[in-house]
Design a protein around this ligand. Structure first.
Ligand code: ZN
Length: 305
C-alpha cells in the first residue's frame, strides 16, 4: 500500500515521557507520520508508524551496557517457568483455571501470586528458515547472533488494527517480507488477546518476534485485537485477560511494572537499542503513555509478584 508521509510537528516528550526516561533521553518533535495498518506495517508490530526526530539519540550507549550485561549473564536456555503456576487465581482474572491448591501469597502484598492463565496454543510456522532469518535480523539490528529471546526485560502492549483473531493470525503466519521495512522474517507477536478475552500464543517465549523496532531482542509482544487504546481498555473481558497474562509473565520473568510499556513508548525504554540509524527513532502510535498509565495502574492493582 502507498505510504503518505506528512510533515506534522507534534509536541511530544517532556512530562509525557519523563517518568521512564532513565537515561535522560528526550524525544524531539514528531516529524513524520506514516499511516499504515498495524499488522501490515510489518517489522514494527502495529499501530500507525511514527518517526520521531531526535537530537542526539544518546541512549544507545547506556542501552549497549544493558545488552552487554544481559548477554554476559544469559544462558542459551529460556528462563524456567516461575514456581507459582499452580497458585490461586486473582479475583479479577476470570479466565484463569482453578487448581484447588491453597494460594501462595505475594510477599507483603496480601494478594495471591498469579497463576498461568488459560492459553490457547495457536502457533504460527517458525521453522529453520524463519529462525535463520531471525538470526540475521538480530545481527543487523542488535549485533546478536541468535534467534532466541533470553531473559526478556520488557513486555510491549499493542493493538492489532484488525477485526478479529483469525485475520491477525493470517497476517503473522506467512513468512514474507513486511510491507513497511521489507525485511525478513515477517512480523509476529508472542500473544494475541481476542475481544472475548481468549489468549492465543503464536510463538514460544524462547524465540524473538518482530513487533517493536529496537526492543525485539528483549521484549515479549502482546497484541490485542482492536483499533484503539480506548477500545481495548474499555473491554472488560479482553482487559482482564490481558492483565492476568501480563501479570503472570512479568512475575515469571521478574519484569517491573515500569517495563510493561506501550508500543508508542518504545523510544523511552532503557532497553531500546537499534543499530540501523534510519530506524533509531521509529515507533508506532499504539498504546501511548497516557493510556499505558491507566494500564499500569490496573496492572499494579491486580497484585504484586
Ligand atoms: Zn504495535
Amino acid at each position: 500500500m502507498s505510504v503518505t508521509l506528512t510533515a506534522l510537528p507534534l509536541a511530544v516528550g517532556g512530562p509525557l515521557y519523563a517518568r521512564e526516561m532513565h537515561l535522560g533521553r528526550r524525544p524531539g518533535r514528531v516529524m513524520l507520520v506514516a499511516p499504515l495498518l498495524c499488522l501490515l506495517a510489518a517489522g514494527t508490530g502495529c499501530g500507525k508508524s511514527v518517526v520521531v526526530g531526535t537530537v542526539g539519540h544518546a541512549g544507545s550507549q547506556s542501552v549497549g551496557t544493558n545488552m552487554t550485561t544481559v548477554i554476559a549473564s544469559a544462558s542459551s536456555v529460556p528462563p524456567p517457568a516461575h514456581t507459582t503456576q499452580r497458585a490461586a487465581v486473582p479475583a479479577a482474572t476470570p479466565t484463569a483455571p482453578s487448581s484447588g491448591a491453597p494460594p501462595r501469597m505475594a510477599p507483603g502484598s496480601g494478594a495471591p501470586l498469579p497463576t498461568r492463565p488459560a492459553i490457547v496454543q495457536s502457533p504460527i510456522p517458525f521453522g529453520a528458515k524463519r529462525k535463520a532469518e531471525m538470526v540475521n535480523y538480530a545481527l543487523r539490528h542488535y549485533g546478536l547472533d541468535t534467534y532466541r529471546l533470553i531473559e526478556p526485560h520488557v513486555i510491549v502492549i499493542h493493538y492489532t488494527e484488525t477485526p478479529d483473531f483469525q485475520s491477525t493470525f493470517n497476517t503473522f503466519a506467512p513468512d514474507v517480507p513486511d510491507s513497511e521495512l521489507h525485511e525478513l522474517p515477517n512480523t509476529c507477536a508472542h500473544f494475541v488477546i481476542d475481544t472475548d478475552g481468549t489468549i492465543h500464543q503464536l510463538v514460544p517465549l524462547g524465540i524473538m518476534c518482530r513487533h517493536t523496532v529496537g526492543l525485539n531482542w528483549t521484549a515479549i509482544g502482546v497484541e490485542h485485537v482492536g483499533y484503539s487504546d480506548a477500545e481495548v481498555l474499555d473491554r472488560p473481558r479482553q482487559m482482564n485477560a490481558s492483565l492476568h497474562l501480563v501479570r503472570w509473565l512479568r512475575c515469571r520473568f521478574h519484569i517491573p511494572v515500569a517495563d510493561v510499556i506501550g508500543h508508542n513508548e518504545s523510544l523511552s525504554s532503557p532497553y531500546h537499542h537499534e543499530n540501523v540509524p534510519a530506524l533509531r527513532t521509529q515507533t508506532h502510535s499504539d498504546f501511548n503513555h497516557a493510556d499505558m498509565q491507566v494500564y499500569r495502574a490496573r496492572l499494579r492493582a491486580s497484585g504484586h509478584c
